[in-house]
Design a protein around this ligand. Structure first.
Ligand SMILES: Nc1ncnc2c1ncn2[C@@H]1O[C@H](COP(=O)(O)OP(=O)(O)OP(=O)(O)O)[C@@H](O)[C@H]1O
Length: 549
């Protein structure tokens, strides 16, 4: 561990003790060295006894800075791991970071562009539009076409800071995992690994640019989502240049109402958008926090979403998608046996799972959800309940499924906030049913054939040759088999001959011995014994030597 890691470790420990978070570790779980470590920090006392533990954790993370704030925000969405009070407190963490010096921003931008800002842009604003933990956003006008753009640039040295914090977090998580032992619900190592992948993805702005281009292309003709144009040749690992948008923040409900936005349509479009991204495109925006979603200002009667920050995108395998859709449909049909079977078939839970017990457990958590009207049942909560149950049956929930569940929960929450009467089931059901119909039945078969058509078209001219080659190969194989059979028969024949001679020799030897003991003529006895020995020698010589065919 480097000096800077040790120093950071000291800062983290001091902050945790200052907020009395050592009390969270149950007395019987504390490592042996704990009293010694605590004694070294005897002057640090819990100054926040009046606050709940969840609130103290939030304050500690806020104090520890951006990397911990982001971790807290991510944790707040893991309702499968945290109780409501903890999730609620962590969700309140604000990623408000003071901007960094614009001279540094200019320097970083020019290094990436390998050109001066003034040669490419007019009106570069030194006061950032926004400043977050990882990047800072400045506005400007592109000289070449006069269009308003924004430049998103990574904070200087942010990678090193994040890597150092991640290293420390991994050590702590491993230690905590050992202390808590098997069967703990928090799974610190898994959470940190999940976080590591997420945050490292956000550090590569080129990847974010490519994701944004793909999402934009998927929704080019859409009434529901707009993704700003990316200037790909001006985008690099530490810089993105993109079209500037002027939407209303989705959390600004009063501004949306003031312009007369059709909130019902907007809420429904949100749910539709999610299902389109997951099931049609298999590419969904998985970082849907309010700072990344804006609403159009023009045509408030026909509003659309504007999506920013495509750093974290999710994809699912075809199998996962299929089982997901079937799970939802089975849930709304209250077919818990089918849900259990689906988990087994998809390999989400082991084939050795006690299916009856699993079905019962699913029923216990799902059935109470039907106490409220169908319209109010949240798909995100259904998934959450299923994952929680499946975890008890050792299902390791794949990170992409957790991303999906989190996004779904967020989208539904947003929809409800915009339009509290939103009927989730009516909005999502037709979509799922249509998708399922496309997956099974004759049309699906035809579609599959159609999608494989280019492959067959390519292979068709080679078909006669392929058939000929296969027949030739078949004959060759048959020939080889015939040779093996011949060898086997020869071997059997030799083995029989040898056995026959050995048995006959034994008969002669036995007869010779009997004649000798019965005092019959010596010559007869010796003849018998001699013939037996001769036959035995012949049999021994004739035995097959090589047992391999
Ligand atoms: N194309 C744009 N047009 C106008 N404003 C933008 C644009 N892109 C980003 N912004 C502003 O900058 C803010 C931060 O952008 P973005 O979310 O991409 O940065 P970030 O560093 O990834 O932040 P976080 O990690 O907190 O999501 C947005 O909330 C928005 O206010």
């Amino acid at each position: 561990m480097s000096i800077s890691s040790l120093h950071r470790g000291y800062q983290v420990l001091r902050t945790l003790l200052h907020y009395g978070l050592d009390e969270l570790l149950a007395k019987d779980k504390r490592p042996k060295l704990f009293p010694l470590i605590r004694g070294c920090f005897f002057w640090i006392r819990n100054q926040h006894k009046d606050k709940s533990a969840a609130e103290r954790l939030k304050l500690a993370m806020q104090e520890l800075g951006p990397v911990y704030i982001k971790l807290g925000q991510m944790l707040s969405t893991r309702r499968d791991l945290l109780d409501d009070e903890w999730a609620y407190q962590l969700a309140m963490l604000q990623d408000r970071v003071p901007p960094f010096d614009s001279a540094l921003a200019r320097e970083a931008i020019e290094t990436e562009l390998n050109a001066s800002i003034d040669s490419l842009f007019d009106d570069f604003d030194d006061v950032p539009l926004a400043s977050a933990s990882i990047a800072q956003v400045h506005s400007a006008t592109l000289k070449s076409n006069g269009k308003a753009v924004v430049l998103k640039v990574l904070r200087p040295n942010v990678e090193a800071l994040i890597l150092a914090d991640l290293q420390l977090m991994s050590h702590c998580a491993a230690l905590l995992e050992r202390i808590l032992g098997d069967g703990n619900r928090l799974r610190p190592a898994e959470v940190i690994e999940d976080y590591r992948l997420t945050i490292l993805g956000e550090l590569n702005l080129k990847l974010e640019a490519l994701n944004a281009i793909k999402l934009r292309n998927n929704f080019l003709d859409s009434d529901a989502l707009y993704v700003p144009y990316i200037y790909e040749d001006l985008s690099f690992t530490r810089l993105i240049v993109m079209e500037r948008i002027y939407g209303i923040a989705v959390s600004d409900l009063s501004a949306l109402k003031a312009q007369g936005t059709n909130l019902k349509l907007l809420a429904e479009r949100g749910v539709e958008l999610f299902f389109t991204q997951v099931f049609r495109d298999n590419f969904f925006h998985a970082d849907m926090h309010p700072g990344n979603i804006f609403i159009s200002r023009d045509h408030p009667d026909n509003p659309y979403y504007i999506g920013l920050d495509c750093g974290i995108m999710g994809t699912l395998t075809d199998v996962d998608k299929r089982y997901l859709a079937e799970n939802f449909l089975a849930f709304f049909n209250r077919d818990y046996q089918r849900i259990a079977q689906l988990h087994l078939e998809s390999g989400w839970v082991s084939e050795h799972t006690d299916i009856v017990a699993f079905e019962q457990a699913i029923k216990i958590v799902c059935e109470p959800m039907f106490n409220k009207p169908l319209a109010e049942i949240s798909f995100g909560h259904v998934l959450l309940a299923l994952f929680r149950t499946a975890r008890q049956f050792n299902m390791v929930v794949q990170p992409q499924l957790v991303l999906l569940q989190k996004t779904l929960l967020y989208i539904e929450g947003l929809g409800r906030q915009l339009y509290p009467q939103l009927d989730l089931w009516q909005t999502a059901k037709p979509f799922l049913e249509q998708w399922m119909a496309k997956q099974v039945g004759p049309k699906a078969l035809f579609d599959k054939f159609k999608s494989n058509a280019p492959f067959w078209a390519e292979k068709l001219p080679e078909l006669p040759e392929l058939v000929y080659d296969n027949l030739k190969l078949g004959r060759k194989l048959l020939g080889t088999q015939q040779q093996m059979l011949d060898k086997y028969l020869k071997y059997q024949h030799k083995a029989h001959k040898s056995n026959y001679l050995l048995i006959t020799s034994a008969v002669f030897v036995i007869c010779g011995t009997i004649l000798f003991t019965q005092a019959v003529t010596l010559w007869a006895s010796l003849l018998c014994l001699g013939t037996g020995a001769g036959l035995w020698l012949l049999g021994w010589q004739a035995r097959p030597k090589n047992r391999k065919l």
